[in-house]
Ligand binder design. Structure first.
Ligand SMILES: [Zn+2]
Length: 341
């Protein structure tokens, strides 16, 4: 700013500037408002909501960090169970979201599942029954750095925020898991949207999920993504059927049926590779490790219009149609534990 322009500002702007210096900015001092994602949660809002859920439901909900992102954000997990502070011999079921930054609805659905379980525990006997017999883990945002970048800078950002050192940024976290890492449907080019990273589990975010899942050894998992309305089961890295293809298909069909029963919206159940080959994703890795049912649900919408930018008025119905399938999966895991005892 030049000195000559100084006189064009009225005296009250000086008073205002002094007031801001004196009393601080209502948004925390940076002068910029906190980023907003409308009715979708920013990382800060998710952080606050998950801590509030844990604080408001002591004994039923416990929050912990499973690790940190590259930029140092905690990867929050909410455990939901009776006697939540103790590790009981109950079926663990994991709902994870937000591997891909721009897929905002994939954060909301697992968060709303947590809210539903906690807010209906006291009044809904079927919810209490599930929560009492299982240990449910909600990890709604695996890629907070990418999500934040999607909110503040580039709505359609997909990868994490790794500086690849060549002018490009980002590793596709859902190509960074180790099972058949480097195979078809992943890229070795740093420029690619499906860049797999320099080595399996090169990223702190996937390392955290790996360590967490190895420790919990869940009986079942759903990894939420968007979009396309699909229920995908392993394998993704090959067109060959998985060893438990019949069971996986049967469960995927049941999930799709449960979804359709709510709002008559169709999600197509199919082997992941039928969508396209993809190597190094969460569900192939977990299935290879534990041979437990692991699903990728591609949420609304069906097509590229509106694609990743799902209108806010579809957040609640997307949650509603996915809730019964999630509850059914918890119930299935409980039955499995009882059978194998
Ligand atoms: Zn995705």
């Amino acid at each position: 700013m030049t000195v000559s322009r100084k006189s064009t500002y009225p005296f009250w702007t000086l008073i205002l500037a002094l007031a801001i210096v004196q009393f601080g900015c209502p948004n925390g001092g940076g002068g910029l408002p906190d980023p907003s994602a409308g009715l979708y949660h920013t990382y800060a809002e998710l952080d606050a909501e998950m801590h509030a859920l844990a604080a408001n439901h002591p004994g039923l909900a416990q929050i912990s960090s499973i690790g940190k992102s590259l930029e140092g954000r905690d990867l929050w997990a909410l455990k939901i169970s009776d006697n939540v502070a103790s590790n009981e011999d109950e079926a663990d079921v994991v709902f994870v979201g937000g591997h891909h930054a721009r897929e905002w609805i994939s954060v909301e659905v697992p968060l709303m599942i947590a809210q539903h379980l906690l807010e209906n525990y006291a009044s809904d006997a079927s919810v209490k029954n599930l929560v009492d017999q299982s240990e449910i883990w909600i990890v709604p945002m695996v890629n907070p750095d990418g999500h934040n970048y999607s909110v503040t800078t580039d709505r359609l950002w997909r990868k994490n925020r790794r500086n690849n050192g060549d002018g490009t940024f980002g590793v596709d976290l859902n190509r960074n898991y180790s099972h058949e890492w480097g195979g078809p449907g992943s890229s070795g080019s740093t420029y690619s949207e499906t860049y797999r990273g320099p080595s399996p589990f090169s990223e702190p975010e996937t390392q955290a999920v790996r360590d967490f899942l190895q420790q919990q050894a869940p009986k079942a998992l759903i990894s939420y993504h968007s979009y396309s309305q699909l229920v995908l089961y392993p394998w993704g890295h090959t067109n060959s059927p998985a060893p438990d293809e019949a069971l996986l298909r049967q469960m995927a069909v049941a999930i799709a049926d449960a979804i359709r029963a709510v709002h008559n919206v169709s999600y197509t159940p199919e082997q992941s590779s039928e969508l396209y080959l993809a190597s190094g994703d969460t569900t192939d890795w977990l299935y290879a490790l534990l041979a437990v049912p692991s699903f990728t649900i591609e949420l609304r919408p069906r097509s590229s219009s509106p694609g990743f930018e799902l209108p806010e008025n579809q957040i609640v119905p997307t949650f509603e149609e996915n809730l019964p399938a999630a509850l059914n999966l918890i119930d299935w895991a409980i039955q499995q534990s009882n059978v194998t005892m």
